[in-house]
Design a protein around this ligand. Structure first.
Ligand code: APR
Length: 236
């Protein structure tokens, strides 16, 4: 009998204890920066250097951040479960913690791309840790201003169908550290198979669609994910 399939949808909250601000908590990123300015195609067109400066700052944070017990416990759970991580986060902390199957819905912080066509694979490349910043005026090889390979608001989420397919196969599902405010990512919960146990780990109240009965672990990720592991061992 193969391992049961656990699919988790993670958000900024799982990286909070690694020193990353979340977006919508008090004092979060969207209180300091306007989404319009740093996370929309219009904002990039208006001032590409300002947008690249914002992501350069997040990359500097990433280079000094380390995975926390939420990430590392989730990776360790692969001993007992076949785990698909679907993350809204653009950091690489799941990978650095050892999770073997991570799908990034909103792009990846260390990658840059063409601003003519963000999904043209010829121009998506990873910045080396030794040079993690985009310089003012820097151009992509196709001559367009270089931009972060981040899904801006209003842009397509290329990995959405692949993510939905993984959720459909879940024997168990968990949301970890997401306010479920942003679609289409939050809409993935509708693909959880009927009867599959679903959990939500968050220190705060999160509105979950009524059709998904979740068992809430009211906790931070670093102590909540170990509790998820215990709960899953009871029922799987
Ligand atoms: N452990 C677990 N959860 C936490 C922790 C923690 N230590 N600290 C905060 N949280 C929870 C918050 O209570 C909140 O419910 O994490 C959630 C973070 O929600 P958001 O800040 O809205 O982040 P997220 O849901 O990932 O945002 C989704 O919005 O701006 C876009 O593209 C961006 O991927 C992002 C998307």
């Amino acid at each position: 009998m193969g391992k049961k399939k656990l699919v988790v949808l993670t958000g900024a909250g799982i990286s909070a204890e690694s020193g990353f601000e979340t977006f919508r908590d008090a004092g979060g990123l969207w209180e300091k920066y306007s989404v319009e300015d740093v996370c929309t195609p219009a904002g990039f067109r208006r001032d590409p250097d300002f947008v690249n400066g914002f992501y350069n700052g997040l990359r500097r944070q990433l280079l000094s951040a380390v995975p926390n017990a939420g990430h590392t416990t989730l990776a360790a759970m692969e001993r007992d479960f076949d785990i698909d991580v679907i993350t809204q986060n653009v950091d690489d902390l799941h990978e650095r913690a050892g999770s073997s199957r991570v799908l990034h819905l909103h792009g990846e912080l260390m990658k840059v791309c063409s601003s003519r066509d963000k999904d043209d694979p010829r121009y998506i490349r990873t910045l080396p840790a030794s040079a993690p910043e985009v310089c003012p005026g820097e151009l992509c090889a196709d001559g367009s201003p270089l931009r972060p390979w981040i899904v801006f608001f209003g842009e397509s989420v290329p990995q959405l169908d692949a993510a939905a397919e993984r959720v459909r196969q879940a024997d168990a599902f968990a949301v970890i550290g997401s306010s479920l405010n942003v679609y289409p990512a939050a809409g993935l919960v509708r693909y959880v198979p009927e009867g599959a146990p679903a959990f939500l780990i968050d220190p705060k109240e999160v509105d979950v669609p009524a059709f998904l009965p979740v068992r809430v672990i009211r906790d931070v990720a670093s102590t909540g994910v170990p509790r998820l592991w215990e709960a899953l061992k009871e029922i799987c």
